[in-house]
Ligand binder design. Structure first.
Ligand SMILES: Cc1cc2nc3c(=O)[nH]c(=O)nc-3n(C[C@H](O)[C@H](O)[C@H](O)COP(=O)(O)O)c2cc1C
Length: 151
């Protein structure tokens, strides 16, 4: 067989792809380890194909599209690639730390680049708490953002 084919489940049907998105990008971050563990646990024995997406590798600049994402008239190749990648997933698991009571700016930037690519797809989030007094305000802020975008 030639070409790239989507993964198939044991019945030979095309398996759904879900992205596990690493929500922090700083050099000494712990998020990739948590995301890799999450992906491993979810993937084990599942018919769904979970794939890790690292925003540090995607390396999007601060939003630089002239038009709103909902218009889907993208100017930049990095936006077109990001749109294609996100469109290929049926759902998302966001792994996000808390930064100053919110979630990391690179994650918001990556969300803001697109609109319909996220729309009406199931999503959940996994967060690590830095201490027992961590407030989970990042998750609250993220959930509000998700419901605003019907994600
Ligand atoms: C810029 C920044 C802001 C942070 N703000 C909070 C905070 O508001 N509440 C909290 O409990 N932890 C906070 N932390 C601790 C992080 O949640 C913890 O260091 C976590 O490991 C960060 O994820 P990362 O290593 O993937 O970047 C902050 C850390 C950073 C770097």
């Amino acid at each position: 067989m030639t070409g790239v084919h989507p993964p198939q489940d044991r019945q030979g049907k095309f398996a759904e792809r879900v992205a596990v998105i690493i929500g922090s990008t700083r050099p000494t971050r712990i998020c990739p380890g948590i995301a890799a563990w999450t992906q491993q646990v979810l993937d084990e024995g599942s018919l769904v194909h979970y794939r890790l997406i690292d925003l540090a590798e995607i390396d999007l600049p601060l939003l630089d599209e002239p038009l709103k994402a909902a218009q889907q008239d993208y100017k930049h190749p990095h936006t077109k690639s990001w749109s294609e990648l996100i469109s290929s997933f049926a759902g998302f698991v966001f792994v996000l730390p808390q930064y100053n009571w919110g979630y990391p700016a690179p994650l918001k930037n990556a969300l803001d680049y697109l609109y319909y690519e996220w729309h009406d797809k199931p999503a959940t989030s996994v967060t690590s708490l830095a201490s027992k007094i961590s407030s989970r305000k990042n998750v609250k802020a993220f959930q509000e953002r998700r419901s605003a975008r019907a994600l």
